[in-house]
Design a protein around this ligand. Structure first.
Ligand SMILES: CC(=O)N[C@H]1[C@@H](OP(=O)(O)O)O[C@H](CO)[C@@H](O)[C@@H]1O
Ligand SMILES: [Mg+2]
Length: 534
Protein backbone atom coordinates (compact mmCIF):
# COMPACT_ATOMS: atom_id res chain seq x y z
CA UNK A 1 0.00 0.00 0.00
CA UNK A 2 1.44 3.31 -1.06
CA UNK A 3 0.19 6.19 1.10
CA UNK A 4 0.54 8.88 -1.58
CA UNK A 5 -1.42 6.81 -4.14
CA UNK A 6 -4.03 5.99 -1.53
CA UNK A 7 -4.47 9.63 -0.59
CA UNK A 8 -4.69 10.69 -4.21
CA UNK A 9 -7.39 8.06 -4.87
CA UNK A 10 -9.31 9.09 -1.73
CA UNK A 11 -9.31 12.70 -2.86
CA UNK A 12 -11.22 11.64 -6.01
CA UNK A 13 -14.11 10.33 -3.87
CA UNK A 14 -15.33 13.16 -1.67
CA UNK A 15 -18.39 12.60 0.47
CA UNK A 16 -21.23 15.05 -0.26
CA UNK A 17 -21.28 17.35 2.78
CA UNK A 18 -24.91 16.79 3.71
CA UNK A 19 -24.80 13.01 3.25
CA UNK A 20 -24.67 10.96 6.46
CA UNK A 21 -24.26 7.33 5.39
CA UNK A 22 -25.10 4.63 7.91
CA UNK A 23 -24.58 0.85 7.66
CA UNK A 24 -28.15 -0.43 7.98
CA UNK A 25 -29.87 -3.80 8.08
CA UNK A 26 -27.93 -5.09 5.07
CA UNK A 27 -25.22 -2.53 4.24
CA UNK A 28 -25.43 1.01 2.89
CA UNK A 29 -28.33 2.30 0.83
CA UNK A 30 -29.20 5.74 -0.50
CA UNK A 31 -29.99 7.66 -3.66
CA UNK A 32 -27.37 6.45 -6.15
CA UNK A 33 -26.20 10.00 -6.89
CA UNK A 34 -24.62 10.43 -3.43
CA UNK A 35 -23.10 6.98 -3.04
CA UNK A 36 -19.77 7.00 -4.93
CA UNK A 37 -17.63 7.91 -1.92
CA UNK A 38 -19.38 5.29 0.25
CA UNK A 39 -18.89 2.53 -2.31
CA UNK A 40 -15.25 3.54 -2.90
CA UNK A 41 -14.63 3.31 0.84
CA UNK A 42 -16.37 -0.06 1.02
CA UNK A 43 -13.84 -1.15 -1.61
CA UNK A 44 -11.07 0.00 0.75
CA UNK A 45 -12.74 -1.78 3.66
CA UNK A 46 -13.22 -5.11 1.91
CA UNK A 47 -9.59 -5.04 0.72
CA UNK A 48 -8.56 -4.64 4.37
CA UNK A 49 -10.97 -7.40 5.40
CA UNK A 50 -9.32 -9.63 2.77
CA UNK A 51 -5.88 -8.85 4.22
CA UNK A 52 -7.07 -9.42 7.78
CA UNK A 53 -8.58 -12.82 6.97
CA UNK A 54 -6.02 -13.86 4.36
CA UNK A 55 -8.98 -14.75 2.11
CA UNK A 56 -11.06 -13.41 -0.74
CA UNK A 57 -13.94 -11.09 0.19
CA UNK A 58 -16.83 -9.69 -1.87
CA UNK A 59 -18.95 -6.63 -2.55
CA UNK A 60 -22.27 -6.38 -4.38
CA UNK A 61 -23.58 -3.09 -5.71
CA UNK A 62 -27.34 -3.36 -5.22
CA UNK A 63 -30.28 -1.77 -3.43
CA UNK A 64 -32.33 -4.96 -3.55
CA UNK A 65 -36.07 -4.17 -3.32
CA UNK A 66 -35.61 -0.38 -3.19
CA UNK A 67 -36.62 1.86 -6.12
CA UNK A 68 -34.36 2.00 -9.17
CA UNK A 69 -32.91 5.45 -8.31
CA UNK A 70 -31.45 4.02 -5.10
CA UNK A 71 -28.37 1.92 -4.91
CA UNK A 72 -26.25 0.40 -2.19
CA UNK A 73 -23.60 -2.11 -1.18
CA UNK A 74 -23.75 -5.50 0.45
CA UNK A 75 -20.42 -6.69 1.87
CA UNK A 76 -19.39 -10.33 1.82
CA UNK A 77 -17.19 -12.22 4.30
CA UNK A 78 -14.81 -15.00 3.12
CA UNK A 79 -17.42 -17.52 4.38
CA UNK A 80 -20.00 -15.97 2.03
CA UNK A 81 -21.89 -14.52 5.00
CA UNK A 82 -22.52 -10.83 5.51
CA UNK A 83 -19.77 -8.59 6.89
CA UNK A 84 -18.69 -9.43 10.45
CA UNK A 85 -20.85 -7.20 12.66
CA UNK A 86 -17.79 -5.98 14.61
CA UNK A 87 -16.55 -4.41 11.37
CA UNK A 88 -19.75 -2.43 10.77
CA UNK A 89 -18.26 0.21 13.09
CA UNK A 90 -15.32 0.57 10.70
CA UNK A 91 -17.62 0.67 7.70
CA UNK A 92 -19.49 3.56 9.32
CA UNK A 93 -16.31 5.39 10.33
CA UNK A 94 -14.83 5.12 6.85
CA UNK A 95 -18.06 6.11 5.12
CA UNK A 96 -18.44 9.13 7.40
CA UNK A 97 -14.90 10.50 6.86
CA UNK A 98 -15.06 14.02 5.44
CA UNK A 99 -12.04 14.16 3.16
CA UNK A 100 -8.96 12.26 1.99
CA UNK A 101 -6.99 13.03 5.15
CA UNK A 102 -9.77 11.75 7.39
CA UNK A 103 -10.23 8.65 5.26
CA UNK A 104 -6.51 7.82 5.42
CA UNK A 105 -6.53 8.41 9.19
CA UNK A 106 -9.36 5.88 9.65
CA UNK A 107 -7.51 3.38 7.46
CA UNK A 108 -4.38 3.70 9.59
CA UNK A 109 -6.42 3.39 12.77
CA UNK A 110 -8.06 0.23 11.42
CA UNK A 111 -4.71 -1.30 10.39
CA UNK A 112 -3.42 -0.77 13.93
CA UNK A 113 -6.53 -1.71 15.86
CA UNK A 114 -7.04 -4.94 13.93
CA UNK A 115 -3.34 -5.67 13.47
CA UNK A 116 -3.82 -6.10 9.73
CA UNK A 117 -0.81 -7.38 7.77
CA UNK A 118 0.28 -5.33 4.75
CA UNK A 119 0.03 -7.06 1.38
CA UNK A 120 -2.35 -7.54 -1.48
CA UNK A 121 -5.81 -9.08 -1.14
CA UNK A 122 -8.57 -9.95 -3.59
CA UNK A 123 -12.14 -8.64 -3.63
CA UNK A 124 -14.84 -10.04 -5.95
CA UNK A 125 -17.31 -7.43 -7.21
CA UNK A 126 -20.78 -7.82 -8.70
CA UNK A 127 -23.83 -5.67 -9.41
CA UNK A 128 -27.55 -5.80 -10.14
CA UNK A 129 -29.41 -4.22 -13.09
CA UNK A 130 -29.50 -0.60 -11.87
CA UNK A 131 -28.22 2.00 -14.37
CA UNK A 132 -25.95 3.45 -11.66
CA UNK A 133 -24.08 0.13 -11.40
CA UNK A 134 -21.28 1.06 -13.79
CA UNK A 135 -20.18 4.18 -11.91
CA UNK A 136 -20.46 2.51 -8.54
CA UNK A 137 -18.63 -0.69 -9.47
CA UNK A 138 -15.83 1.52 -10.80
CA UNK A 139 -15.77 3.30 -7.44
CA UNK A 140 -15.58 -0.02 -5.58
CA UNK A 141 -12.78 -1.27 -7.85
CA UNK A 142 -10.89 2.01 -7.37
CA UNK A 143 -11.14 1.53 -3.61
CA UNK A 144 -9.78 -2.01 -3.75
CA UNK A 145 -6.99 -0.98 -6.13
CA UNK A 146 -6.07 2.04 -3.99
CA UNK A 147 -5.18 -0.44 -1.21
CA UNK A 148 -2.86 -2.24 -3.61
CA UNK A 149 -5.33 -5.14 -3.77
CA UNK A 150 -6.97 -6.84 -6.71
CA UNK A 151 -10.61 -6.18 -7.67
CA UNK A 152 -12.19 -8.99 -9.69
CA UNK A 153 -15.21 -7.76 -11.64
CA UNK A 154 -17.71 -10.62 -11.82
CA UNK A 155 -20.34 -8.56 -13.62
CA UNK A 156 -24.11 -8.90 -13.40
CA UNK A 157 -25.04 -11.40 -10.70
CA UNK A 158 -27.73 -11.94 -8.10
CA UNK A 159 -26.55 -11.06 -4.60
CA UNK A 160 -26.64 -14.70 -3.44
CA UNK A 161 -24.61 -15.80 -6.47
CA UNK A 162 -21.71 -13.59 -5.42
CA UNK A 163 -21.99 -14.75 -1.80
CA UNK A 164 -21.87 -18.36 -3.04
CA UNK A 165 -18.91 -17.70 -5.33
CA UNK A 166 -16.85 -16.07 -2.57
CA UNK A 167 -17.59 -18.95 -0.21
CA UNK A 168 -16.67 -21.60 -2.78
CA UNK A 169 -13.54 -19.74 -3.85
CA UNK A 170 -12.20 -19.66 -0.30
CA UNK A 171 -13.01 -23.34 0.13
CA UNK A 172 -10.90 -23.98 -3.01
CA UNK A 173 -13.96 -25.37 -4.78
CA UNK A 174 -15.33 -24.61 -8.24
CA UNK A 175 -16.67 -21.10 -7.93
CA UNK A 176 -17.54 -19.77 -11.37
CA UNK A 177 -21.15 -18.93 -12.23
CA UNK A 178 -21.37 -22.11 -14.27
CA UNK A 179 -20.54 -24.15 -11.17
CA UNK A 180 -23.31 -22.37 -9.26
CA UNK A 181 -25.95 -23.41 -11.78
CA UNK A 182 -24.45 -26.90 -11.88
CA UNK A 183 -24.67 -27.29 -8.08
CA UNK A 184 -28.28 -26.11 -7.93
CA UNK A 185 -29.47 -28.06 -10.94
CA UNK A 186 -27.81 -31.35 -10.08
CA UNK A 187 -28.86 -31.05 -6.42
CA UNK A 188 -32.45 -30.57 -7.54
CA UNK A 189 -32.33 -33.45 -10.01
CA UNK A 190 -31.02 -35.80 -7.30
CA UNK A 191 -33.62 -34.63 -4.80
CA UNK A 192 -36.63 -35.10 -7.05
CA UNK A 193 -35.50 -38.22 -8.87
CA UNK A 194 -38.28 -40.79 -8.82
CA UNK A 195 -40.98 -38.22 -8.01
CA UNK A 196 -43.78 -36.98 -10.28
CA UNK A 197 -43.47 -33.55 -11.90
CA UNK A 198 -45.94 -31.05 -10.44
CA UNK A 199 -49.11 -30.83 -12.49
CA UNK A 200 -48.72 -27.33 -13.83
CA UNK A 201 -45.78 -25.06 -14.44
CA UNK A 202 -44.62 -22.29 -12.18
CA UNK A 203 -45.14 -18.63 -13.15
CA UNK A 204 -42.47 -16.32 -11.72
CA UNK A 205 -42.55 -12.56 -11.15
CA UNK A 206 -38.89 -11.58 -11.58
CA UNK A 207 -39.36 -7.96 -10.35
CA UNK A 208 -37.71 -6.77 -13.61
CA UNK A 209 -34.43 -7.48 -11.85
CA UNK A 210 -31.29 -9.56 -12.20
CA UNK A 211 -33.16 -12.73 -11.20
CA UNK A 212 -34.92 -12.82 -14.57
CA UNK A 213 -31.85 -13.65 -16.66
CA UNK A 214 -30.37 -15.96 -14.03
CA UNK A 215 -33.52 -17.95 -13.34
CA UNK A 216 -33.92 -18.39 -17.10
CA UNK A 217 -30.52 -20.10 -17.23
CA UNK A 218 -31.52 -22.40 -14.39
CA UNK A 219 -34.95 -23.15 -15.87
CA UNK A 220 -33.37 -23.97 -19.26
CA UNK A 221 -31.00 -26.38 -17.54
CA UNK A 222 -33.84 -28.08 -15.70
CA UNK A 223 -36.31 -28.22 -18.59
CA UNK A 224 -38.45 -30.21 -19.07
CA UNK A 225 -38.19 -31.34 -15.43
CA UNK A 226 -39.24 -27.96 -14.14
CA UNK A 227 -41.47 -25.83 -16.34
CA UNK A 228 -41.26 -22.15 -15.43
CA UNK A 229 -42.74 -19.17 -17.22
CA UNK A 230 -40.95 -15.95 -16.31
CA UNK A 231 -42.71 -12.58 -16.22
CA UNK A 232 -41.60 -9.03 -15.33
CA UNK A 233 -38.29 -9.77 -16.98
CA UNK A 234 -37.55 -6.43 -18.62
CA UNK A 235 -34.84 -4.87 -16.49
CA UNK A 236 -32.92 -3.13 -19.32
CA UNK A 237 -31.54 0.10 -17.79
CA UNK A 238 -33.36 -0.87 -14.61
CA UNK A 239 -36.72 -0.39 -16.31
CA UNK A 240 -39.65 -1.32 -14.07
CA UNK A 241 -37.36 -2.63 -11.32
CA UNK A 242 -39.48 -3.48 -8.24
CA UNK A 243 -42.24 -1.28 -9.66
CA UNK A 244 -45.60 -2.69 -8.57
CA UNK A 245 -43.93 -6.10 -8.55
CA UNK A 246 -41.38 -8.18 -6.68
CA UNK A 247 -41.40 -10.06 -3.39
CA UNK A 248 -41.30 -6.95 -1.22
CA UNK A 249 -44.25 -5.35 -3.02
CA UNK A 250 -46.35 -8.49 -2.62
CA UNK A 251 -45.50 -9.03 1.00
CA UNK A 252 -45.96 -5.42 2.10
CA UNK A 253 -48.85 -4.36 -0.14
CA UNK A 254 -50.64 -7.70 -0.29
CA UNK A 255 -51.51 -7.11 -3.93
CA UNK A 256 -50.95 -9.05 -7.14
CA UNK A 257 -47.86 -7.93 -9.04
CA UNK A 258 -48.18 -6.11 -12.35
CA UNK A 259 -48.58 -8.53 -15.25
CA UNK A 260 -50.30 -11.25 -13.21
CA UNK A 261 -53.96 -10.33 -13.49
CA UNK A 262 -54.38 -12.81 -16.33
CA UNK A 263 -52.63 -15.88 -14.87
CA UNK A 264 -55.10 -18.71 -14.35
CA UNK A 265 -56.86 -18.53 -11.01
CA UNK A 266 -55.05 -20.70 -8.48
CA UNK A 267 -51.92 -21.21 -10.63
CA UNK A 268 -48.67 -21.72 -8.70
CA UNK A 269 -46.73 -18.43 -8.81
CA UNK A 270 -43.56 -17.12 -7.19
CA UNK A 271 -42.01 -13.70 -6.84
CA UNK A 272 -38.35 -12.65 -6.45
CA UNK A 273 -37.04 -9.28 -5.33
CA UNK A 274 -34.70 -6.96 -7.24
CA UNK A 275 -31.47 -8.77 -6.36
CA UNK A 276 -33.06 -12.21 -6.10
CA UNK A 277 -32.30 -12.93 -2.46
CA UNK A 278 -35.96 -13.02 -1.45
CA UNK A 279 -38.70 -15.37 -2.53
CA UNK A 280 -42.40 -15.64 -1.84
CA UNK A 281 -44.98 -17.89 -3.50
CA UNK A 282 -48.53 -16.82 -4.26
CA UNK A 283 -51.68 -17.55 -6.20
CA UNK A 284 -54.46 -15.44 -7.59
CA UNK A 285 -58.11 -15.70 -6.56
CA UNK A 286 -59.82 -13.23 -8.89
CA UNK A 287 -58.15 -9.93 -8.08
CA UNK A 288 -57.05 -11.15 -4.64
CA UNK A 289 -53.60 -12.36 -3.68
CA UNK A 290 -52.99 -15.38 -1.49
CA UNK A 291 -49.45 -15.14 -0.17
CA UNK A 292 -47.17 -18.02 0.79
CA UNK A 293 -44.58 -16.00 2.67
CA UNK A 294 -41.17 -16.72 4.13
CA UNK A 295 -42.73 -18.21 7.28
CA UNK A 296 -44.66 -20.72 5.19
CA UNK A 297 -41.56 -21.55 3.15
CA UNK A 298 -39.67 -22.15 6.43
CA UNK A 299 -42.41 -24.53 7.59
CA UNK A 300 -42.32 -26.43 4.30
CA UNK A 301 -38.52 -26.66 4.47
CA UNK A 302 -38.74 -27.91 8.06
CA UNK A 303 -41.26 -30.59 7.07
CA UNK A 304 -39.01 -31.71 4.23
CA UNK A 305 -35.83 -31.86 6.30
CA UNK A 306 -37.43 -33.40 9.39
CA UNK A 307 -39.05 -36.12 7.31
CA UNK A 308 -35.74 -37.09 5.74
CA UNK A 309 -33.76 -36.78 9.00
CA UNK A 310 -36.17 -39.24 10.66
CA UNK A 311 -35.20 -41.85 8.07
CA UNK A 312 -31.46 -41.66 8.85
CA UNK A 313 -30.18 -44.73 10.69
CA UNK A 314 -29.80 -43.95 14.41
CA UNK A 315 -26.38 -44.34 16.00
CA UNK A 316 -25.85 -45.14 19.63
CA UNK A 317 -22.90 -42.82 20.06
CA UNK A 318 -24.51 -39.80 18.54
CA UNK A 319 -27.16 -37.47 19.99
CA UNK A 320 -29.98 -36.79 17.50
CA UNK A 321 -29.28 -33.95 15.11
CA UNK A 322 -30.87 -30.68 16.21
CA UNK A 323 -33.31 -28.72 14.05
CA UNK A 324 -34.13 -25.08 14.76
CA UNK A 325 -36.23 -22.50 12.98
CA UNK A 326 -35.21 -18.87 13.27
CA UNK A 327 -37.73 -16.08 12.79
CA UNK A 328 -38.11 -12.38 13.54
CA UNK A 329 -40.99 -10.54 15.20
CA UNK A 330 -42.48 -10.11 11.70
CA UNK A 331 -43.23 -13.85 11.56
CA UNK A 332 -46.94 -14.52 11.55
CA UNK A 333 -48.03 -15.76 14.98
CA UNK A 334 -49.84 -18.70 13.38
CA UNK A 335 -46.60 -19.95 11.80
CA UNK A 336 -44.76 -19.78 15.11
CA UNK A 337 -47.55 -21.67 16.86
CA UNK A 338 -47.53 -24.33 14.11
CA UNK A 339 -43.78 -24.87 14.39
CA UNK A 340 -43.86 -25.13 18.17
CA UNK A 341 -47.05 -27.11 18.62
CA UNK A 342 -47.29 -29.28 15.53
CA UNK A 343 -43.73 -29.69 14.34
CA UNK A 344 -42.46 -29.60 17.91
CA UNK A 345 -39.34 -27.86 16.69
CA UNK A 346 -37.41 -25.13 18.44
CA UNK A 347 -38.08 -21.53 17.41
CA UNK A 348 -35.57 -18.71 17.94
CA UNK A 349 -36.46 -15.04 17.60
CA UNK A 350 -33.81 -12.53 16.48
CA UNK A 351 -33.82 -8.88 15.42
CA UNK A 352 -34.53 -8.11 11.74
CA UNK A 353 -31.71 -8.66 9.25
CA UNK A 354 -30.26 -11.82 7.86
CA UNK A 355 -27.01 -11.28 9.74
CA UNK A 356 -28.88 -11.95 12.99
CA UNK A 357 -30.95 -14.89 11.76
CA UNK A 358 -27.99 -16.55 10.09
CA UNK A 359 -25.89 -16.46 13.27
CA UNK A 360 -28.71 -18.07 15.28
CA UNK A 361 -29.32 -20.74 12.63
CA UNK A 362 -25.68 -21.83 12.84
CA UNK A 363 -26.33 -23.10 16.36
CA UNK A 364 -28.32 -26.06 15.03
CA UNK A 365 -27.38 -29.07 12.91
CA UNK A 366 -30.12 -27.95 10.58
CA UNK A 367 -30.83 -24.24 11.01
CA UNK A 368 -33.77 -23.00 8.97
CA UNK A 369 -34.08 -19.24 8.89
CA UNK A 370 -36.53 -17.12 6.97
CA UNK A 371 -37.74 -13.58 7.37
CA UNK A 372 -41.46 -13.25 6.70
CA UNK A 373 -40.53 -11.33 3.54
CA UNK A 374 -38.94 -14.46 2.07
CA UNK A 375 -35.27 -13.92 2.79
CA UNK A 376 -33.73 -17.08 4.17
CA UNK A 377 -32.07 -20.42 3.69
CA UNK A 378 -31.32 -23.75 5.35
CA UNK A 379 -27.90 -24.32 6.92
CA UNK A 380 -26.37 -27.72 7.61
CA UNK A 381 -23.67 -28.19 10.28
CA UNK A 382 -20.26 -29.63 9.43
CA UNK A 383 -20.93 -32.53 11.82
CA UNK A 384 -24.14 -33.47 10.04
CA UNK A 385 -22.56 -33.18 6.59
CA UNK A 386 -19.67 -35.39 7.71
CA UNK A 387 -22.10 -38.03 9.00
CA UNK A 388 -24.00 -37.91 5.70
CA UNK A 389 -20.78 -38.51 3.79
CA UNK A 390 -19.99 -41.47 6.06
CA UNK A 391 -23.39 -42.97 5.31
CA UNK A 392 -22.73 -42.29 1.65
CA UNK A 393 -24.53 -43.71 -1.34
CA UNK A 394 -25.92 -46.67 0.58
CA UNK A 395 -28.37 -44.46 2.43
CA UNK A 396 -31.22 -42.84 0.47
CA UNK A 397 -31.96 -40.22 3.17
CA UNK A 398 -28.27 -39.28 3.41
CA UNK A 399 -28.16 -38.90 -0.36
CA UNK A 400 -31.25 -36.70 -0.29
CA UNK A 401 -29.84 -34.47 2.43
CA UNK A 402 -26.50 -34.15 0.60
CA UNK A 403 -28.45 -33.11 -2.48
CA UNK A 404 -30.11 -30.42 -0.35
CA UNK A 405 -26.73 -29.21 0.93
CA UNK A 406 -25.65 -28.67 -2.70
CA UNK A 407 -28.93 -27.17 -3.86
CA UNK A 408 -29.63 -24.80 -1.00
CA UNK A 409 -27.24 -21.83 -0.90
CA UNK A 410 -25.19 -22.28 2.29
CA UNK A 411 -23.90 -18.71 2.22
CA UNK A 412 -27.07 -16.63 2.27
CA UNK A 413 -30.79 -16.62 1.39
CA UNK A 414 -31.20 -17.19 -2.33
CA UNK A 415 -34.47 -16.93 -4.28
CA UNK A 416 -33.23 -19.24 -7.04
CA UNK A 417 -32.23 -22.07 -4.75
CA UNK A 418 -35.39 -21.23 -2.77
CA UNK A 419 -37.58 -21.93 -5.80
CA UNK A 420 -35.91 -25.32 -6.16
CA UNK A 421 -36.36 -26.00 -2.44
CA UNK A 422 -40.10 -25.31 -2.57
CA UNK A 423 -40.62 -27.18 -5.85
CA UNK A 424 -38.65 -30.19 -4.56
CA UNK A 425 -40.50 -30.22 -1.23
CA UNK A 426 -43.90 -30.12 -2.97
CA UNK A 427 -42.85 -32.83 -5.43
CA UNK A 428 -41.51 -35.15 -2.75
CA UNK A 429 -44.78 -34.79 -0.85
CA UNK A 430 -46.93 -34.93 -3.97
CA UNK A 431 -48.56 -31.71 -2.79
CA UNK A 432 -50.10 -28.77 -4.57
CA UNK A 433 -50.62 -25.33 -3.07
CA UNK A 434 -53.84 -26.48 -1.37
CA UNK A 435 -52.10 -28.88 0.98
CA UNK A 436 -49.37 -26.35 1.70
CA UNK A 437 -51.94 -23.65 2.46
CA UNK A 438 -53.92 -25.99 4.72
CA UNK A 439 -51.05 -26.45 7.21
CA UNK A 440 -52.19 -23.38 9.16
CA UNK A 441 -54.12 -20.15 8.62
CA UNK A 442 -52.25 -16.86 8.85
CA UNK A 443 -53.50 -14.34 11.37
CA UNK A 444 -54.48 -11.20 9.44
CA UNK A 445 -51.58 -8.74 9.60
CA UNK A 446 -50.81 -5.25 8.37
CA UNK A 447 -47.56 -3.34 7.88
CA UNK A 448 -47.36 0.44 7.63
CA UNK A 449 -44.52 2.94 7.30
CA UNK A 450 -44.42 6.26 9.15
CA UNK A 451 -42.18 9.05 7.96
CA UNK A 452 -40.63 10.89 10.92
CA UNK A 453 -38.11 13.70 11.34
CA UNK A 454 -35.41 11.35 12.69
CA UNK A 455 -36.07 7.62 12.76
CA UNK A 456 -33.00 7.03 14.95
CA UNK A 457 -34.89 8.36 18.00
CA UNK A 458 -36.84 5.09 18.02
CA UNK A 459 -34.90 2.49 19.99
CA UNK A 460 -36.10 -1.05 20.75
CA UNK A 461 -35.28 -4.06 22.93
CA UNK A 462 -36.32 -7.74 23.20
CA UNK A 463 -35.65 -8.61 19.55
CA UNK A 464 -37.37 -5.37 18.52
CA UNK A 465 -40.66 -6.24 20.20
CA UNK A 466 -40.51 -3.42 22.81
CA UNK A 467 -39.85 0.29 22.38
CA UNK A 468 -37.34 1.83 24.76
CA UNK A 469 -37.57 5.36 23.38
CA UNK A 470 -39.29 7.75 22.77
CA UNK A 471 -40.76 7.61 26.27
CA UNK A 472 -44.44 6.78 26.38
CA UNK A 473 -44.68 5.18 22.94
CA UNK A 474 -44.65 1.61 24.29
CA UNK A 475 -47.52 2.43 26.67
CA UNK A 476 -49.60 3.70 23.74
CA UNK A 477 -48.79 0.54 21.77
CA UNK A 478 -49.73 -1.62 24.78
CA UNK A 479 -53.10 0.13 25.06
CA UNK A 480 -53.84 -0.34 21.36
CA UNK A 481 -52.82 -4.01 21.51
CA UNK A 482 -54.98 -4.66 24.57
CA UNK A 483 -58.01 -3.42 22.65
CA UNK A 484 -57.48 -5.82 19.71
CA UNK A 485 -58.53 -9.50 19.85
CA UNK A 486 -55.35 -11.68 19.59
CA UNK A 487 -53.54 -8.40 18.98
CA UNK A 488 -49.76 -8.08 18.62
CA UNK A 489 -47.91 -5.02 17.38
CA UNK A 490 -44.44 -3.52 17.39
CA UNK A 491 -42.48 -0.72 15.71
CA UNK A 492 -38.83 -0.30 14.72
CA UNK A 493 -36.77 2.08 12.63
CA UNK A 494 -36.07 0.65 9.18
CA UNK A 495 -32.42 0.02 8.38
CA UNK A 496 -32.94 0.34 4.63
CA UNK A 497 -35.50 3.14 4.23
CA UNK A 498 -36.02 6.47 5.94
CA UNK A 499 -39.13 5.36 7.85
CA UNK A 500 -40.35 3.78 11.08
CA UNK A 501 -42.06 0.45 10.35
CA UNK A 502 -45.27 -0.64 12.06
CA UNK A 503 -46.39 -4.28 12.28
CA UNK A 504 -49.76 -5.40 13.62
CA UNK A 505 -51.67 -8.66 13.62
CA UNK A 506 -55.04 -9.56 15.13
CA UNK A 507 -57.90 -12.02 14.88
CA UNK A 508 -59.64 -10.22 11.99
CA UNK A 509 -58.54 -8.16 9.01
CA UNK A 510 -60.40 -5.09 10.31
CA UNK A 511 -58.86 -5.46 13.78
CA UNK A 512 -55.33 -5.82 12.31
CA UNK A 513 -55.85 -2.74 10.12
CA UNK A 514 -57.24 -0.70 13.03
CA UNK A 515 -54.40 -1.77 15.30
CA UNK A 516 -51.76 -0.86 12.70
CA UNK A 517 -53.34 2.55 12.19
CA UNK A 518 -53.59 3.23 15.94
CA UNK A 519 -49.93 2.32 16.42
CA UNK A 520 -48.87 4.39 13.38
CA UNK A 521 -50.68 7.39 14.88
CA UNK A 522 -48.88 6.83 18.19
CA UNK A 523 -45.53 6.79 16.36
CA UNK A 524 -46.42 9.93 14.43
CA UNK A 525 -47.47 11.74 17.62
CA UNK A 526 -44.46 10.78 19.77
CA UNK A 527 -41.71 10.84 17.13
CA UNK A 528 -42.24 14.09 15.25
CA UNK A 529 -44.10 12.56 12.32
CA UNK A 530 -43.69 14.24 8.95
CA UNK A 531 -46.91 15.26 7.19
CA UNK A 532 -50.48 14.62 8.39
CA UNK A 533 -51.13 11.86 10.96
CA UNK A 534 -51.86 8.44 9.43
C1 LIG B 1 -39.81 -5.60 7.54
C2 LIG B 1 -38.83 -6.01 6.49
O1 LIG B 1 -39.20 -6.72 5.57
N1 LIG B 1 -37.57 -5.57 6.64
C3 LIG B 1 -36.51 -5.89 5.68
C4 LIG B 1 -35.74 -4.68 5.29
O2 LIG B 1 -35.11 -4.15 6.42
P1 LIG B 1 -35.60 -2.86 7.20
O3 LIG B 1 -34.51 -2.61 8.22
O4 LIG B 1 -36.90 -3.23 7.84
O5 LIG B 1 -35.79 -1.77 6.20
O6 LIG B 1 -34.73 -5.06 4.35
C5 LIG B 1 -33.76 -5.98 4.87
C6 LIG B 1 -32.73 -6.24 3.80
O7 LIG B 1 -33.27 -6.85 2.68
C7 LIG B 1 -34.45 -7.26 5.32
O8 LIG B 1 -33.52 -8.11 5.90
C8 LIG B 1 -35.55 -6.90 6.31
O9 LIG B 1 -36.28 -8.03 6.68
MG1 LIG C 1 -32.96 -8.37 -1.77
Amino acid sequence: MDLATLKEACSQYKKPTEFKPSYGTAGFRADASVLSSTVFRCGLLMAMRALKTGSVTGLVVTASHNPVEDNGVKLVEPTGYMLDQAWEVWANKLAAADDADDTCAVIQELFQAEDIPYGSGTVMLAHDTRPSADTLVKAAAAGVAAMGSLPIACGLLTTPQLHWMVRQCNARLKHKEKAYFEALATGYARLVSGTQALGEGLVVDCANGVGAAKLQVLADRLAPGMAAELRNTDGAEGRGLNESCGADFLQKERRLPAGFHDVPDGARCASLDGDADRLVYFRRHGSELELFDGDRIAVLAALLVMNILKMLPATEQQAPFTVGIVQTAYANGASTAYIKERLRAEVRLTPTGVKHLHAAAEEFDVGIYFEANGHGTVLFSAALVQRLHELGDESAPAKALLALVDMVNQAVGDALSGVLLVEAALRRKGWGLDQWAALYTDLPSRQLKVKVADRSVVATSHAETRVVSPAGLQLLIDDAVAAAPQGRAFVRPSGTEDVVRVYAEAASRAAADDLARAVARAVHATTAGVGPPP
